[in-house]
Design a protein around this ligand. Structure first.
Ligand SMILES: [Zn+2]
Length: 122
């Protein structure tokens, strides 16, 4: 895991802790494997409450949209021991991820525009 203390860090972004797993991974395109490796996500096909994820290293698996799943927790806590070398996750993406903060009462839930409350009705 590279430290980017010294280099310039991208602007912090804030997401809610309660953000849906699928919205989150669709945004950050990263997946922590059980072995602690961070993979880059190539495609996500969502069917109802399940999604088929394909990583850049050609692993395919089905996950459930749970905020409390292992992967959701690991993503929020940024637990990973390394980055998959086959996925070749670019440095900027890792920096963006490391500058992402998860807050209980503040930040985006990554809802689409039409789902955001108080639409202006123009
Ligand atoms: Zn990989």
């Amino acid at each position: 895991m590279a430290s980017d203390e010294k280099t310039k860090t991208p602007a912090k972004r804030y997401y809610r802790k309660r953000v849906e797993l699928f919205r989150l991974i669709d945004k950050i395109k990263l997946w922590p494997s059980r072995r602690g490796l961070l993979h880059g996500i190539r495609t996500i096909e969502t069917v109802g409450d399940q999604a088929r994820i394909t990583t850049h290293c050609n692993k395919t698996f089905v996950v459930t949209n749970s905020r409390n799943s292992r992967a959701a927790r690991w993503l929020r806590n940024k637990w990973f021991s390394g980055v998959c070398s086959s996925c070749a996750v670019p440095e900027w993406k890792l920096k963006k991820y490391s500058s992402t903060q998860f807050k209980r009462h503040y930040g985006s839930l990554l809802l689409e525009d039409r789902e955001v409350q108080g639409n202006s009705g123009k």
